[in-house]
Design a protein around this ligand. Structure first.
Ligand code: SF4
Ligand code: SF4
Length: 83
């Protein structure tokens, strides 16, 4: 399951450099996660790094992008193959 950033985001910019997949960027109003690049950190870390650092706890799972661990692992491998 990819993660998403809610409108509680305070644009602190702490999460963006922590993402190993470059999935986080500054959107028009708040930071956004590209669901095609978020692997929940599967392949890189045991825990989602953005969730660990977010000071306002505004990064839940995205119910519109439900994926199993093996699907996340496959996404990770495809991202790595693309470079
Ligand atoms: S869970 Fe990991 S891959 Fe997904 S946006 Fe957060 S830091 Fe990036
Ligand atoms: S760490 Fe949390 S509050 Fe800060 S930019 Fe990322 S999502 Fe927004």
């Amino acid at each position: 399951m990819a993660l998403m950033i809610t409108d509680e985001c305070i644009n602190c910019d702490v999460c963006e450099p922590e993402c190993p997949n470059d999935a986080i960027s500054a959107g028009d109003e708040i930071y956004v996660i590209d669901p095609n690049r978020c692997t929940e950190c599967v392949g890189h870390y045991d825990e989602p790094q953005c969730v660990s650092v977010c000071p306002v706890d505004c990064i839940p799972h995205d119910p519109e992008h439900v994926e199993s661990k093996s699907q996340l692992q496959l996404k990770y491998e495809q991202l790595m193959a693309k470079g």
